[in-house]
Design a protein around this ligand. Sequence first.
Ligand SMILES: Cc1cc2nc3c(=O)[nH]c(=O)nc-3n(C[C@H](O)[C@H](O)[C@H](O)COP(=O)(O)O)c2cc1C
Length: 390
Amino acid sequence: MPDLFSPFTLKGVTLRNRIAMSPMTMYRAEDGRMGDYHVMLLGSRAAGGFGLVFPEQIAITPDGRTGTSCAGIWDDAQIEGLARVTAIIRDMGAVPAIQLGHTGRKGSETKPWEGKLQLPPDHPEGWQVRAPSAIPYGGRYTYPVQELTVAEIHDLHRAYAEAARRALAAGFEWLEMHFAHGYLGASFFSPIANRRTDRYGGSVENRLRFHREALDAVRAAWPERLPLTMRLGSDDFNEQGVRFDDAVWAVGELKAHGLDLADLSLGMNTDVVSDLPFNEAGFMVERAARVRREVGIPVGVSWNLGIPAVADRVIREELVDLVFLGRPALANPHWPVWAARELAQDDPFALLPEDWAWWLRNRPGAEGSQGWPAVVGQRTEQDSRGMDGR
Ligand SMILES: Cc1cc2nc3c(=O)[nH]c(=O)nc-3n(C[C@H](O)[C@H](O)[C@H](O)COP(=O)(O)O)c2cc1C
């Protein structure tokens, strides 16, 4: 039976454990390029024991960014910064992963702490957003949307392939396509955002065409030996939107097109949602487990999995193969070491670089004085009940 600290092999890549740092947009890039900040952020998480480390979503075109300070991969000049990041991640014992994305109608935004508002196309920091249909998202995203032509869709697929080629040159060993969270791929799949009447809209088969073609284009540029995965907008939590049954079918289709693992996340194609248990521990786990069971493909999942006993249990019960941590990875660069102590693993410090671990093992100092939180050693009531109340 695997646990949170069991290695995980997918294609020709083996992770030292089941803990992934989930992609998180940081608004610190310049001209789409990564720098010292990203080396610090991602190198420290790799040194802290994460098995798989993602930088933020990396845009395949300039208009695929969230805002002008987001990272990109549309130009060879962006490879150097990304290569620094992959080098430090690998040097610290983790596998470097890239998430390729395009924000579609949710782009041209200010930073969250500056209001997270959409900027108009004529603003110096804004641009004309593009999407499957000319339907603004609404709420904070008010400006007109340009409907993509078929020629532009084909250009985007070529941009995905070019991005994959650059990702390989930068040293990434795992590639995830970001087709969730209301961004471009997610909006193609959702009837709320996609009202096209051509072969990219209408039936669920047509609404998945963008994904299939993008996946085929990337697979042609990305070696078979390296994992190719997708974060899928699998549920809009809205009767008119993507339903989870559609996602189960979609992952089966994508598996036939070479998908190696599915990361099941939220559709986020509308603010009008019902029954979205945002604050519940591991609320996407049972859904992902269904895909794993019915489609027969490895799955990963995020959302509220930062309690070590919960993260460990969803792996032990073989509900999911990988746990993605977002906010916990921001809060604690050493989350895996902390979790290993909480879960009474034999040698938690083995997750750290040996030049730190040796001192912590051999020079423990006064009881509790190393600065690690004390081991709680007790499961919370919620942990022992299980995800579905068992
Ligand atoms: C600051 C921040 C930035 C994020 N940026 C991205 C992103 O670039 N791509 C993505 O797929 N998800 C993004 N997310 C979502 C996380 O990857 C993750 O799925 C989500 O936070 C749920 O996991 P958690 O409960 O462990 O935080 C972001 C989340 C946060 C907190």
